[in-house]
Design a protein around this ligand. Structure first.
Ligand code: PLP
Length: 377
């Protein structure tokens, strides 16, 4: 079975497993305890904070550990609803992950306005610059890269606009981190990330907030994380996350992702040539080196997923799957795709361990499945 669903979750890498095991064996204490075991756990956390801060280029105390990005994203929006007045308005892109979109709607209702995107899935910069010149929201949230399409968002430009108007900027960097260099993300006021998308364990992530700010805790019952996030920190999985990110940053510094981008591009070209009726989503704009989102011909996405699964390839439809039932993609709808097209999309997302041969095997698998479906088998 070849795994092409890394944007959903990626396998835990060796470095992360080793860091987890070592910390589990050697750092048994609670970081809040007043004895030597506690001090050792606290020291390990402080070092992890420093490492993450050095990757993001921010102050270590700006980092708050969480159970993943869903919590971190909810925490950020909860913080804003607690601090802003009842008339305030926030703007979020129309393609945010449901954990940003739904919590923004939950906390702000109609006061959470959607920033439109172009047909290629990039935030509409004309809309943003025109609207911002007219009126200031109290927060702008745009993800760094989209989980369904891999389309990279112009977060640096948006950050610059927000800075010019003194509007806080929040970016969900879950799909960016570990695939693209983390540097500069620390300049955004709020940043979130999750370990399991880049080779760390599931159930751990972080929120980077402005240095010296005091974030309203979502959880009550403990003073951990300087009173910003109650609950005993899980030291081994935090250290495993940092070990994974450190390895990914080394690979990125080595430009290892550029070779992988070539394999993906070759796959895309052959796919379009060999399977009539395929459309690559966001084909003309910069995208992550690992993600291909494509509208497939001959039948709905579920049929393709099942057939490819049987043929030995784990692929997905890309949209939020919570109960085992896929929801139609709000991302493709925001990009202007029609209802019939939205249910045709497949997402192929590779990882660092995916090889050129894996991409070639996938391409052959798709051509074979297409032939079978086309001839009614
Ligand atoms: N944000 C984005 C862009 C994601 O892709 C995901 C996961 O799919 C999340 C947030 C949620 O992250 P977690 O699984 O850590 O809660």
């Amino acid at each position: 079975m070849i795994y092409f669903d890394h944007n959903a979750t990626a396998p835990v890498m060796r470095e992360a497993r080793e860091a987890w095991l070592e910390a589990t064996e050697k750092i048994p204490g609670n970081a809040s305890s007043p004895h030597a075991f506690g001090a050792a756990a606290n020291k390990a956390l402080a070092e992890a904070r420093e490492k993450l801060a050095s990757f993001l280029d921010c102050h270590p105390t700006a980092i708050i550990w969480t159970s993943g990005a869903t919590e971190a994203n909810n925490m950020c929006l909860h913080h804003f609803v607690e601090t802003l007045d009842a008339k305030s308005e926030i703007w979020i892109s129309a393609i945010e992950h449901p954990c940003v979109h739904d919590s923004a709607k939950h906390y702000f209702g109609k006061r959470a306005r959607l920033i439109p995107v172009t047909h290629d899935g990039v935030v509409d910069m004309d809309w943003l610059t025109t609207e911002m010149a007219d009126m200031r929201p109290d927060l702008v949230a745009v993800m760094a890269a989209n989980n369904e399409t891999g389309v990279i968002q112009p977060w640096r430009e948006i950050l610059a606009i927000c800075q010019a108007y003194e509007v806080p900027f929040f970016t969900d960097a879950v799909q960016w981190l570990g695939k693209m260099p983390a540097k500069d993300l620390g300049q955004c006021d709020f940043v979130t990330g999750a370990a399991h998308k880049f080779g760390g364990p599931r159930g751990v992530g972080f929120l980077k907030a402005p240095h010296k700010s005091k974030i309203h805790s979502l959880l009550y019952g403990g003073k951990q994380e300087r009173g910003q996030r109650a609950g005993t920190e899980n030291v081994p999985i935090i250290l495993a996350m940092i070990a994974a990110l450190e390895s990914r940053e080394k690979q990125l510094a080595n430009n290892d992702h550029e070779t992988r981008a070539v394999w993906k591009e070759k796959f895309e070209k052959i796919l379009v040539r060999q399977v009539p009726g395929v459309t690559v989503v966001g084909a003309t704009v910069p995208r992550l080196w690992n993600t291909v989102s494509a509208l497939m011909p001959e039948g709905g996405q579920q049929r393709w997923v099942t057939r490819l699964d049987k043929a030995g390839f784990a692929v997905s439809t890309g949209s939020a799957c919570t109960t085992g039932k896929e929801e139609p993609s709000h991302v493709l709808s925001a990009m202007g795709y029609k209802a019939g097209q939205v249910t045709q999309v497949l997402r192929f997302s590779s990882g660092w361990e995916t090889t050129a041969a894996d991409w070639e095997a996938l391409e052959k698998g798709i051509v074979k499945v297409y032939g079978e479906v086309h001839h009614g088998k």
